[in-house]
Write a protein that binds this ligand. Structure first.
Ligand code: UT7
Length: 323
């Protein structure tokens, strides 16, 4: 018998304020046309003043619990992926634990920037298959609007705020690829590429800092590494590309999403795309896309879903899940 981590609940939350591309035209030398054609982004949500990452995460988690018909104390753990936690400590995950009224189990944050949700899923899956937890809330939540340099047109038009949550539950499987649940995980990082995507501040430097990115360089790495990690995860699961129902990629740029799908030999009919509405929400982008995709009726029980992401580090990875 094999223990599998099966998705039993999904939820998301987006802040109320929607910012269309045209809003940037007043303060920056940019245009709706440039942003749309270079990135596929049309609008994004920004958190209200005082609205924090754990606030967004709590609402996404509450929506996932409601959808699954569970309460907070039915969970054994919360694993929260973020690079924009409310405070240096405690973790945003423990803040969500308190806000949900969860009085048992454990909670912690994972920081792998835009690949954070993939790393969080991998951690949660390891806890489940090793028998340390039976039900885990995995959240990706970010307020990247807080680390934007609003005078840098090459970055500030690309990012947004939001949160998504997935509940994983231990279920018995056969060890075969026909099992529901997480079938494989592939994780990678290469710290040599630090300077192409980073925040130029942090606790140890006593500043908050702003996101800095060499977009073209990141783009070049992204298409190559995302296709590579997705292929490695598929090989580990014994899944061929014609068995994939959905790719749910990190939503950074429509051209990266299209390029990766092409390398994997899949048409865009098999890709969940939300970048036009959310922008790049870093670790929140995949759970947001999973939740929105399921709401649209794109993902259904039994489907093979490949998720993949890359971000600062560089850190990248992929997870294959049978829904
Ligand atoms: O989630 C983490 C991973 N991040 C990513 O995956 C992002 C990866 N990179 C990208 O998505 C793309 O590289 C960008 C969308 C950031 C940029 O697209 P690009 O096609 O690589 O454009 P570029 O950086 O080569 O810039 C082309 C031109 C430049 O002008 P010059 O030097 O050709 O005169 C930029 O200054 O576009 C200019 N530019 C802009 N123009 C209008 C840069 N930003 C803007 C802007 N509006 N907002």
């Amino acid at each position: 018998m094999t223990i599998r981590s099966v998705v039993v609940g999904l939820g998301h939350y987006l802040p109320q304020r929607v910012v269309p591309n045209s809003e940037f035209e007043a303060t920056l030398d940019t245009s709706d046309e440039w942003i749309k054609s270079r990135s596929g982004i049309e609008r994004r949500h920004f958190a209200a003043e005082g609205e924090t990452t754990s606030d967004l995460a709590t609402k996404a988690a509450q929506n996932a619990l409601a959808q699954a018909g569970l309460t907070a104390n039915d969970l054994d753990a919360i694993v929260l992926a973020t690079s924009t936690a409310d405070l240096t400590f405690p973790s945003a995950a423990t803040m969500v634990q308190a806000a949900l009224g969860m009085t048992r189990g454990f909670a912690f944050d994972v920081q792998a920037v835009c690949a954070g949700f993939i790393y969080a899923l991998a951690n949660a899956n390891a806890l489940i298959v090793s028998g340390q937890a039976r039900r885990i809330m995995v959240i990706g939540a970010e307020t990247f609007s807080r680390i934007m340099d609003w005078s840098d047109r090459s970055t500030c038009v690309l990012f947004g705020d939001g949160a998504g949550a997935v509940i994983l539950e231990a279920q018995d499987g056969t060890g075969d690829k026909s099992d529901r649940g997480i079938l494989s995980v592939d994780l990678n990082s290469d710290g040599q590429h630090r300077d192409i995507l980073y925040v130029d501040g942090g606790v140890s430097t006593q500043t908050t800092g702003f996101l800095r990115m060499q977009g073209k360089e990141v783009f070049r790495h992204a298409v190559e590494k995302l296709a590579q990690t997705a292929t490695q995860a598929m090989d580990k699961a014994g899944i061929a590309s014609d068995e994939i129902d959905w790719i749910v990629p990190h939503q950074a740029n429509i051209r990266i999403i299209q390029g990766t799908a092409k390398k994997l030999g899949l048409s865009m009919d098999h890709v969940v795309v939300t970048v036009q509405d959310h922008g790049n929400t870093s670790a929140a982008s995949i759970p947001l896309a999973l939740s929105v995709g399921a709401e649209r009726g794109q993902i259904s029980r039994g489907d093979v879903v490949v998720t993949e992401a890359i971000g600062g580090g560089l850190a990248w990875g992929a997870v294959v899940i049978r829904w």
